[in-house]
Design a protein around this ligand. Structure first.
Ligand SMILES: Cc1cc2nc3c(=O)[nH]c(=O)nc-3n(C[C@H](O)[C@H](O)[C@H](O)COP(=O)(O)OP(=O)(O)OC[C@H]3O[C@@H](n4cnc5c(N)ncnc54)[C@H](O)[C@@H]3O)c2cc1C
Length: 510
């Protein structure tokens, strides 16, 4: 039988396509000389099995690898020494913040795992300029706590308590206010970066701009982010409102209408399969909410909770063969709705700390041992088709799943900043992303099934000319198909020039 070609696994046999899994393990040539060199410079290297085992997988739980040693980040100077030694001895270094990747991008297949959480201090808050300078290993939740003491808040961050600032700036970061404020990376004004060859460089749009543009949404290819200056804002609790739909198309049309009109401060769609579709909109100010009520509320096609419950009950009453699904929806609603309305996060009808609310719900009711979250990111025009086609794939693979859709406001110069990233090159003004998230529960699916599912979602993206948030690691076989050889070769040439021994996060993209 002949071998390949196959876009995901070039070494696959013909007729047995696709299944890329972990990257190959690094053969530890030169490890002891490297270890001696780190020791001589006083860089702590942890080699015990217990420490290395902590980092064996990421949030996805399907990629596994073991580093030869772990370095806890302490300073830019220490990371510089580490990377210089790694270049000399050609030892791979994988950087990790919260480890919330799902495709093994923050898993080390040998070499060094650099744990950034050791650099988690807030360095300076400038209340007048509304900026913060922070070390990049800090989790957004810890940053929020620190800012709150001064009545401040970050602009936008993943709805996840344990993602780090550096890891997020490297991949984008989407919040329910991204349709209005852009991705999390857009709040970065300046960075301190340690390049793959160990130089410590300050960069921004006006200082070392090329490095800044490559590192932001650079998937850790062009440097380790050690510090970041971020824009911040005054802290505001928000008022959240929910509308319910039975049609994805109608909900997305309403979402895009509200975004285009800047009718709310937060917006997004969360579903239970394609049966119970929730459009959430939220407001920082009473004035904005009043404008929404005056000008946009009557244009929405969604129903209130009670009306939707009645309609859904009638739908299932006439279809007894689907009562199992109805029961599932009912149970899900019963546990989820109170979670989003917990009294400790609500005062005076306003929600405090949306990230805590959503993160708790995610980990309590979705997250299990294994998680796959393939996604599609498209222009506004292509989005409905992308979601409907992705939804069909979900239905074929899993009885229960959820979709999460949100817009991302694009900066005008997004093409120079976000080349080879999740931001689709044809999007103008706003891009849209949808995560397709099977609720695996405690069911055991083979890695083959999960990979086939992800591939089918990504195939929809290739057909539509979309991009992806999670395109690295196990999904990197799609990168050339999506971006084309020319762009990928251009970035590979830049990577080789910046990282001659190809040591930094080398299995993530190329
Ligand atoms: C259940 C779940 C829900 C999620 N929800 C959201 C969401 O709402 N919005 C969203 O945007 N994302 C979401 N994500 C994805 C993930 O949380 C984000 O991508 C997150 O911002 C990654 O941060 P991290 O610190 O965990 O990065 P990691 O996973 O540790 O790293 C991400 C990548 O960046 C590199 N890296 C890490 N730190 C640095 C650094 N300091 N310098 C250079 N490179 C670095 C790593 O090598 C890796 O390639 C979710 C993930 C899960 C599992």
């Amino acid at each position: 039988m002949s071998i390949g070609p196959d876009h995901v696994a070039p070494d696959a046999l013909v007729g047995i396509p696709r299944q890329r899994t972990n990257a190959g393990r690094w053969v530890a040539d030169g490890w002891s000389a490297f270890r001696d060199s780190l020791r001589a410079q006083g860089v702590g290297l942890l080699e015990d099995a217990a420490t290395r085992g902590i980092f064996a997988t990421d949030a996805g739980g399907t990629a596994y690898g073991l580093p030869h040693g772990v370095v806890i980040a302490r300073s830019a100077a220490q990371i510089s020494s580490l990377l210089k030694a790694a270049q000399t001895h050609a030892v791979p270094v994988t950087v990790r913040g919260g480890g919330l990747t799902t495709e093994g991008e923050s898993v080390a297949y040998g070499g060094v795992l650099l744990d950034m959480t050791g650099m988690s201090n807030v360095l300076e808050i400038d209340e007048r300029a509304l900026t913060v300078r922070t070390q990049a290993g800090i989790f957004w939740s810890a940053l929020a706590e620190r800012l709150r003491r001064q009545g401040l808040d970050y602009l936008s961050a993943p709805l996840n308590l344990t993602s780090s600032v550096g890891g997020t700036l490297g991949v984008g970061g989407i919040d329910v206010n991204s349709p209005h404020l852009g991705c999390s990376a857009d709040q970065a004004l300046a960075l301190q970066v340690v390049t793959p060859t160990g130089e410590i460089v300050e960069c921004s749009d006006t200082e070392n701009a090329t490095l800044f543009q490559r590192v932001i949404l650079g998937y850790g290819q062009f440097g380790v982010i050690t510090e970041a200056t971020l824009r911040v804002r005054r802290y505001q609790p928000l008022r959240m409102r929910y509308f319910y739909y039975a049609s994805l198309r109608a909900a997305i049309a309403d979402l895009q209408m509200l975004d285009a009109e800047e009718a709310s401060d937060y917006s997004g769609i969360l579903t239970m399969m394609d049966k119970a579709i929730t459009l959430l909109v939220a407001f920082d100010s009473d004035e904005k909410e009043a404008r929404f009520e005056r000008a946009f509320l009557s244009r929405l096609h969604g129903a209130g909770e009670f009306a939707f419950a009645v309609r859904t009950a009638i739908f299932y009453a006439l279809r007894p063969w689907r009562w199992r699904e109805a029961l599932y929806l009912y149970r899900r609603k019963s546990v989820l709705f109170p979670e989003f309305r917990r009294p400790e996060f609500h005062r005076g009808g306003k929600m405090h700390d949306r990230t805590v609310v959503f993160s708790r719900a995610v980990w309590k009711h979705w997250g299990r041992r294994q998680m796959v979250i393939p996604d599609l990111a498209t222009s506004a025009e292509k989005f409905i088709e992308a979601v409907e086609r992705g939804n069909e794939v979900c239905r074929r693979y899993f009885p229960y799943y959820t979709l999460y859709c949100v817009g991302i406001k694009l900066r005008e110069d997004h093409r120079t900043h976000y080349e080879l990233s999740c931001i689709p090159p044809d999007a103008r003004g706003r891009a849209y992303g949808c995560e397709f998230e099977p609720m695996l529960g405690d069911a055991v699916y083979s890695r083959d099934t999960l990979q086939s599912f992800k591939n089918e979602i990504y195939d929809v993206g290739v057909a539509l000319g979309a991009s992806y948030y999670r395109f690295g690691g196990m999904m990197k076989g799609y990168i050339r198909r999506v971006f084309g050889d020319q762009l990928v070769e251009h970035h590979l040439t830049m990577k080789r020039a910046a990282d001659p021994a190809m040591i930094l996060n080398r299995d993530v993209v190329f």
